[in-house]
Design a protein around this ligand. Structure first.
Ligand SMILES: NC(=O)c1ccc[n+]([C@@H]2O[C@H](COP(=O)([O-])OP(=O)(O)OC[C@H]3O[C@@H](n4cnc5c(N)ncnc54)[C@H](O)[C@@H]3O)[C@@H](O)[C@H]2O)c1
Length: 283
């Protein structure tokens, strides 16, 4: 599925070595798009162990890979908790390339501190999840959407939501609330932007085989006397066994859906929320 030649895509949260953001950036680049990729600067203790071990250099490493595919890439550091930094990220992207055609809202708050019963959930953690997982999606949509409207060539906005946008679970109050909200934002934005030929859709993955940082997984591993990666491998295996298709998603499975929604073939689809979950949830 080529066809993105001449398009510029902005992907947030794209610095992870095995994350959905990187897979999406590489897929869109392979389909012909030039890329703006962004991420927050993270402390070493907030990185997955494999990224530290392999001296992975976040969006700089991903930018090298995009360029190896023959596409242009602008890596930009931005903390999506800051409205000013979001606005600056969008204006830097436009100043560099002259336009933005595709926005992929992929970043999310580092998980783990939210994974407690609602009665134990710190207000600060709640607000952080809403800030990064919801408000930042709104602000990126607002500022990049304005550019797309100004350009007058339509556009694509794709929000990475979650299974947890449709089905909450225990100890998931902050995460699920932040991700349910993304679907409401997707529908309302789709209606606001439809007259401009800009489509807005969500992708709702089930569990993905990433090595994302999770403070909860790190502390559970410590309690069991195993490494964080060993504990993570157990989760991946168990989740795969309870999935009808017999495995959990790879980041590329999600990137494939994003690439379709970004393509010309998807030009009559808007306001939708597509599951990529191997059959664990149907609505
Ligand atoms: N991994 C899963 O199992 C899973 C399941 C369902 C949905 N999702 C969704 O898919 C998307 C990608 O998941 P992932 O596992 O690749 O993500 P991840 O947990 O690795 O995080 C994505 C990126 O967001 C960045 N980020 C964190 N705080 C930020 C901030 N303040 N400003 C800017 N960037 C920030 C991180 O640095 C990271 O690169 C997310 O939206 C997530 O909610 C993931």
């Amino acid at each position: 599925m080529a066809g993105l030649e001449g398009k510029v895509a902005l992907v947030t949260g794209a610095g992870g070595m095995r994350g959905v953001g990187r897979a999406t950036a590489l897929k869109l680049a392979a389909n012909g798009a030039d890329l703006v990729i962004s991420d927050v600067r993270r402390e070493v203790e907030d990185l997955p162990p494999a990224e530290v071990r392999m001296e992975w250099n976040s969006i700089q490493s991903v930018a090298d890979e995009v360029r190896e595919l023959g596409r242009q890439c602008l890596p930009l550091y931005a903390d999506l908790g800051s409205s000013d930094q979001i606005q600056e990220m969008v204006s830097d992207a436009v100043a560099h390339f002259g336009h933005i055609d595709i926005l992929v809202n992929n970043a999310r708050a580092i998980i783990g501190r939210d994974k407690v019963p609602v009665t134990e959930l710190e207000e600060e953690v709640w607000h952080h999840f809403l800030d990064i997982n919801t408000t930042a999606v709104f602000l990126c949509t607002k500022f990049a959407g304005r550019e797309m409207v100004r350009q007058g060539n339509g556009g694509r906005i794709i929000n990475i939501a979650s299974n947890a946008s449709k089905q909450a679970s225990a100890t998931g109050a902050a995460y699920s609330s932040s991700k349910f909200a993304v679907l409401g934002l997707t529908q309302a934005s789709a209606m606001d932007l439809a007259p401009h030929g800009i489509t807005v859709n969500s992708v709702c993955p089930g569990p993905i085989n990433t090595d994302r940082m999770s403070y909860w997984e790190r502390s559970q591993a410590q309690d069991r006397g195993i490494t964080q990666e060993e504990f993570r491998a157990q989760i991946v295996q168990q989740a795969g066994e309870s999935t009808p298709l017999g495995r959990i998603a790879e980041s590329e499975d999600v990137a494939n859906m994003v690439a379709f929604l970004a393509s010309e073939e998807a030009n009559f689809i808007t306001g939708q929320a597509y599951n990529v979950n191997g059959g664990i949830l149907f609505h």
